[in-house]
Every structure is written in structure tokens, then in C-alpha cells.
Design a protein around this ligand. Structure first.
Ligand SMILES: Nc1ncnc2c1ncn2[C@@H]1O[C@H](COP(=O)(O)OP(=O)(O)OP(=O)(O)O)[C@@H](O)[C@H]1O
Length: 309
């Protein structure tokens, strides 16, 4: 069942389109990622879903409701992660949760939430005194306190160290496992690849591709790559003549073979067949980053710089 439906969404600021005819649906219980470079229209899209912005054209439906018109009702069904700086620095963790809890008729158990998020011993700590990871976890707790059916998490792990980032990923998977649909906006391809069931790649306010991480990688149609070292050298044509192989090149003792199909199996068998002793044989996996580059014609790396808190 689709919990978010977007059809032909268009939103302009002063005549220039930030979102330009976007359509996609988010299914119940999935982690759905929106990725794209700076200025692609991700936040504008999410703000239309949250009812903060009114589209110029198109239709947005969240749990069957109009996000802008039915904003009060949706506030109880959609949990939104707070942006940094949205809480007064002196507010303590326990107080923030109590305040947010008071907004809802039915809420999650704050003690359990604090324990689940590893914040149980921070109840009396002021927001300003939390580490980046702890503040991030508190913002997730506040998004979940109203027992939402959909959690919107924007730049979830920006500013976190690698361990805190991995812990947060695990947490998001646990949240999904409780049946909450997660809408995740991220700059981090590794995060999207690891967490998302499906990903919408957006660029210039338009949908470039929508698929599973593996589907996006397959769609990019990038060649497979096998690398190995052969101590005694060998005749390239032994591999180049294989139907799976496109190119063979050796540089500084390392051979790179590109091609299609079950390239690793084909290359390994040929090497064994010809008695060539190869070491460090490996299939290079295509990352979502590579796929993104192939699909959009540009990388995200320039926008992937972490902002530190
Ligand atoms: N309030 C606004 N007024 C005018 N232009 C805006 C406003 N908000 C966004 N824009 C413009 O709309 C376009 C899309 O912005 P948006 O914030 O939705 O992109 P984004 O993909 O979330 O980018 P980022 O990754 O940098 O946050 C950009 O060109 C931006 O400059």
C-alpha cells in the first residue's frame, strides 16, 4: 500500500522551478531514500510532503490526506526529525521529550525510547551538552515520540563520526522493523545503499531514476571489473578471447579485466586452465556512487563534505 503519493509535483520560487514534475510513491514499511546533489529539490519535495510548502501544481497525498490542508491531522501521523538548532540549548533531554509528548494524544513510552536510543543516562543533560551523535539520536527520538506511521529523516547522519553513523543506521533499521515507513533524505551514497529499500535519484527537480540500490547499479550498466596479479606474466589474448571479456590491461604488475556476465568465474577458470598462478583475484563491486555518476553525469562527492557541528 502506498503511504505517500506524488504526482506531477511542481514548486517554483520566484519563477524558477525547484521541483519540476516529480512523481513517485512510497510504500508502507519501506525505507525510501531521496538522493541528489545540492539544490536538486530534495528539501522542497520533503517540505511539500510535510505540508510546510504548497505545490504550484501536481498532487501530494500522505496517508490519503492533503499535507497542507490536513496538516493538523498529519502532524500526529508523520514524525519529522528536527533540524539542528531547533531546540533551546538549555532544554534537558527528558524535558524535550516531555514537551514533545504533550503534543500527542497517544505517544510512545519516553523511557523505552531513551533506552532504545542509548540516551537513558542523558535524561538530565542539556541539549547543548550532548555530543553530535547524542543530539542526532534525540532528534530521532522526538520524531518518534508521537508513534508516527511515517518518519521523515533529513540528513540523518551529517556530522556524525563513522561509528555513530553505523549505530544510527542500525537504529533506523530497527525503526523500520516496527512497521514505521522511513523517508530518508541523504547526501551519503553509502548510507542510501546500506539502508534504503528503494531510492529516488533527483536532479534539477526531476526524477532521474527510481529503483532498489541493486537495481540502480544494474541500470547504470557499468562493466564488471576483475583484478589480479600473475607473477610470471601471461599472454593477454588468453583472456581477451573470452566472450565475457571486453578489455584486458596490466599496469605495475596488476591486471584489470573488464567485461560482462559471470566475469570472475570466466577469468578464474581460464587462468587455472592455462596454469597461470594468480593472486589477489577479486571482483570490484560497483558502488551506488559509481551508478549515480553514470546516471546523472556528475558525482555527489563535491556535496558530500560533512558539515561539522
Ligand atoms: N525559500 C526559497 N526561496 C528561493 N529559492 C529556494 C528556496 N528554497 C530552495 N530554493 C531553491 O530551490 C532549489 C532546490 O532547493 P532545495 O533546498 O529543495 O534542494 P536540496 O536538494 O534540498 O538541496 P541541499 O542538498 O543543498 O539541501 C535550489 O535552487 C534552491 O536555491
Amino acid at each position: 500500500m502506498a503511504v505517500i503519493e506524488i504526482e506531477g509535483l511542481r514548486k517554483s520560487y520566484g519563477g524558477s522551478a525547484a521541483v519540476d514534475g516529480l512523481s513517485f510513491t512510497v510504500e508502507e514499511g519501506e525505507i525510501f531514500g531521496i538522493v541528489g546533489p545540492n539544490g536538486a529539490g530534495k528539501t522542497t519535495t520533503v517540505e511539500c510532503i510535510e505540508g510546510i510548502r504548497v505545490p504550484n501544481a501536481g498532487r501530494v497525498s500522505v496517508l490519503g490526506l492533503d499535507p497542507h490542508r490536513d496538516r493538523a491531522r498529519l502532524r500526529r501521523l508523520v514524525g519529522v526529525q528536527l533540524q539542528h538548532g531547533a531546540l533551546p540549548g538549555q532544554l534537558r533531554v527528558g524535558e524535550a521529550l516531555a514537551l514533545y509528548r504533550s503534543f500527542y494524544r497517544d505517544s510512545a513510552d519516553p523511557e523505552r525510547l531513551l533506552a532504545d536510543l542509548g540516551l537513558a543516562d542523558k535524561r538530565r543533560t542539556a541539549f547543548d551538552d550532548l555530543s553530535g551523535g547524542q543530539a542526532q539520536r534525540l532528534s530521532i527520538a522526538l520524531a518518534l515520540i508521537g508513534k508516527p506511521r511515517i518518519a521523515v529523516l533529513d540528513e540523518l547522519t551529517t556530522g556524525l563520526d563513522p561509528q555513530a553513523r553505523r549505530d544510527t543506521w542500525q537504529l533506523i533499521e530497527e525503526i523500520r522493523d516496527t512497521g514505521v515507513t522511513v523517508l530518508l533524505v541523504t547526501h551519503f551514497m553509502e548510507e542510501a545503499q546500506r539502508l534504503c529499500d528503494r531510492i529516488a535519484i533527483i536532479d534539477h527537480g526531476r526524477l532521474v531514476a527510481l529503483d532498489t540500490p541493486d537495481g540502480l547499479i544494474a541500470r547504470a550498466g557499468l562493466p564488471r571489473r576483475v583484478r589480479f596479479r600473475a607473477a610470471g606474466g601471461f599472454d593477454d589474448s588468453l583472456l581477451a578471447s573470452l566472450p565475457e571479456v571486453t578489455t584486458v590491461a596490466t599496469e605495475r604488475g596488476e591486471t584489470e579485466v573488464t567485461g560482462t556476465g559471470d566475469l570472475l568465474q570466466a577469468v578464474s577458470s581460464a587462468l587455472v586452465h592455462h596454469g597461470i598462478a594468480a593472486t589477489e583475484t577479486r571482483l570490484e563491486t560497483t558502488s551506488l556512487d559509481d551508478a549515480f555518476l553514470a546516471l546523472t553525469g556528475r558525482g555527489l562527492s563535491a556535496t558530500e563534505q560533512e558539515t561539522t557541528r
